[in-house]
Write a protein that binds this ligand. Structure first.
Ligand code: NAP
Length: 279
């Protein structure tokens, strides 16, 4: 009898206990009747290189990389995809058939899919976009919006120099504006995105006046704890369509699961409920 090989994957970070990825991937492993597991891989500072190097020997198909290693892990890859090179950060390792390690970044894919799931006819080129924040999440969001054809991206960050540096690096449609202009920069936008940590559980809400925002604009927040930030609830109450950050989390996981377990999994209402129950 030929037994099905046991496939292992996990999430590597420090700490990792907060990650919803084990619930997500183990749901899919069970749903598709696969033999395997997705485990927490807490890796203490200074141990990252050894932990990554051990993946093939331990029989791992790969792992996700989370805070604080999304940048540091790149140096330990044999190969990285174009998104990792352009974003300067990675979130997925896939162990190749020859045992070498390839790094991917699926956050931008996840973000765009979350908009399309909510609004299948959404397009990036229907009007200006305002993006608040210039950290890791912003890099994925801004690059993927530019790739989808956004013609004008107003990038606004509390620390202006970081927004300016990103605008210089990415070029094209990306223009940096000072934080003080964030309210006025909502005029005539088709999409507003919050990628700052403001509004996340434990942090103060984002300070933003929505008066200039057109009612037809889509408002998205990459935060998913809570599911509806004060920004999203204010936008919803004035009539704007909104998208929370859970779809980005769920969608970035799909290509990784496919690479590790050979099945491109679906995001079902049951899966959403299972994750939402933990938020
Ligand atoms: P990060 O790299 O640390 O960036 C944090 C951003 O928030 C920076 O732009 C920072 O501005 C801004 N910020 C922090 N405190 C602020 C304040 N008091 N006022 C205004 N802006 C402030 O973090 P990240 O990795 O990009 O994550 C940002 C958020 O995205 C987190 O809530 C994270 O959970 C979420 N996220 C969600 C997903 C998903 O799958 N849904 C994926 C990745 C991240 P400065 O540059 O001025 O410090």
């Amino acid at each position: 009898m030929i037994s099905q090989p046991y496939a292992l994957a996990g999430v590597m970070g420090w700490p990792v206990a907060h990650s919803r990825s084990p619930i997500l991937h183990n749901y899919w492993i069970e749903k598709y009747g696969l033999l395997g597991a997705y485990v927490q891989l807490p890796v203490a500072p200074g141990k990252l290189e050894a932990a990554i190097a051990g993946l093939p020997a331990l029989g791992f198909k790969g792992c996700n990389i989370t805070i604080p290693y999304k940048v540091d892990a790149i140096q330990f890859m044999h190969e990285v995809d174009a998104n990792v090179r352009r974003m300067g950060a990675m979130n997925t390792i896939v162990v190749q058939p020859d045992g070498s390690l390839k790094g991917f970044n699926n956050d931008g894919f996840g973000y765009i899919q979350s908009l399309l799931d909510a609004k299948p006819d959404w397009r990036a080129d229907t009007g200006p976009v305002t993006v608040l924040g210039a950290g890791g999440a912003a890099r994925a969001v801004v690059l993927s919006l530019a790739d989808r054809g956004a013609k004008e991206i107003r990038l606004i960050n509390r620390t202006f120099d970081k927004a300016q540096a990103l605008a210089t690096e990415f070029g094209g449609p990306v223009k940096a504006l000072p934080w003080s202009e964030r309210h006025a920069a909502l005029a005539d936008v088709a999409l507003l995105v919050n990628t700052t940590s403001q509004g996340m559980h434990g942090n103060p809400p984002l300070e933003l006046t929505l008066d200039a925002l057109p009612k037809h604009a889509l408002v998205s927040d990459v935060i998913y704890v809570p599911l509806e930030t004060l920004l999203l609830s204010a936008a919803r109450q004035r009539g704007n369509a909104t998208v929370n950050g859970l779809g980005m989390l769920l969608n970035q996981a799909r290509p990784a699961f496919h690479a590790w377990f050979g099945v491109l999994p679906d995001i079902t209402p049951e899966l959403r409920r299972a994750i939402e129950a933990t938020l």
